[in-house]
Design a protein around this ligand. Structure first.
Ligand code: C2E
Ligand code: MG
Ligand code: MG
Ligand code: MG
Length: 288
């Protein structure tokens, strides 16, 4: 197409495009190798989810990273799209799930030993659309819980609205099977989809995660703040937990708490960190 528009366009854009395509192919090849190697180069970082009222750690979100031999620590926004388009997200996602459940069970035991009255921790794991199309998902989830010795209610699986919209009936069947295990479900990045809200009554959702875009707007007044207020009220009236994502400052925390949002996650409390740097927060209870 560039060629049809004239030789000069072709000459300017082709080398950069070529480099991008080569880079992408290389990344995919490396990803295939990394996943085949039992995900040995993959790391799971954990970000605390806290109670807004007192900053106590209620749970953790598992966020995958890739310790690439040449590229260094690669963020999921770079390789998750490639993992999704190649289907590698299915074995990669299964690995993250198993890793996170095993880690959560160890933390749960340490926390209980430190304070038998501390509320149980939840561990949250992201799921991609491709994983919901995999008929063995519920079996994989059950195996991950059993092998870790983690009770099902301690696990929260996050999906985005787009996952539901893409394949509603298949997604519904898979999610029902997962729910039947006793696992809870969260809608991630809530408010950024373009769906009707109708699916909320059809899907067995337990948690709304309010996207960072609304958190950023909450202190500025205007339409974003009004929408944030409405989302919290919606969660409240459907008896769902609300988690505000990407809280970076104290003012945002205070506004969200005043709106009745119960939980939050963000750099104000802690960045996603390797497991060994999380341990203390879980046993002391407070992120900071
Ligand atoms: P997400 O699930 O919405 O995760 C929240 C993202 O926001 C994380 O980015 C987190 O580091 C970032 N974040 C948290 N607090 C703050 C804050 O205060 N300020 C800012 N600016 N950012 C904050 P991360 O770790 O780069 O992950 C990006 C996305 O990659 C995730 O978005 C999720 O969609 C996807 N992802 C990560 N791990 C997995 C995984 O194991 N499986 C799948 N399918 N997707 C994953
Ligand atoms: Mg998430
Ligand atoms: Mg999110
Ligand atoms: Mg997100």
């Amino acid at each position: 197409r560039a060629k049809q528009r004239g030789k000069s366009t072709y000459e300017i854009f082709a080398p950069a495009m070529h480099a991008a395509v080569v880079d992408r192919m290389e990344l995919e090849g490396d990803l295939r190798r990394a996943v085949a190697d039992d995900c040995a180069e993959m790391r799971v970082h954990y970000q605390p989810i806290v109670e807004l009222a007192d900053g106590k750690v209620a749970g953790l979100e598992a966020l995958v990273r890739w310790q690439h031999p040449r590229r260094g620590l690669v963020q999921p926004t770079v390789f998750i799209p490639a993992a999704e388009s190649t289907g590698l997200i299915v074995p990669l996602g299964r690995w993250v799930l198993r890793e996170a459940c095993a880690q959560a069970a160890r933390w749960q035991a340490a926390r209980h030993a430190a304070d038998p009255l501390a509320p149980p921790l939840t561990i949250t794991v992201n799921l991609s659309a491709r994983q919901l199309q995999d008929p063995s998902l519920a079996d994989d989830v059950r195996a991950a819980l059993d092998d870790a010795g983690l009770p099902p209610h301690a696990l929260v699986l996050e999906i985005t609205e787009s996952v539901i919209i893409a394949e509603p009936s298949a997604a519904l069947a898979t999610l029902a099977a997962v729910k039947a295990l006793g696992v809870r479900l969260a809608i991630d990045d809530f408010g950024t989809g373009y769906s009707s809200l109708g699916y909320l009554q059809q899907f067995p959702v337990d948690v709304l995660k309010i996207d960072k875009a609304f958190v950023d707007g909450v202190t500025r007044g205007g339409p974003r703040a009004a929408l944030t207020r409405t989302i919290v009220a919606l969660g409240d009236s459907l008896a769902l937990h609300c988690v505000a994502e990407g809280i970076e400052d104290e003012l945002q925390r205070r506004h969200l708490q005043a709106l009745g949002c119960g939980y939050g996650q963000g750099f104000l409390f802690a960045r996603p960190l390797p497991a060994d740097e999380i341990e203390a927060m879980i046993c002391d209870g407070v992120a900071a």
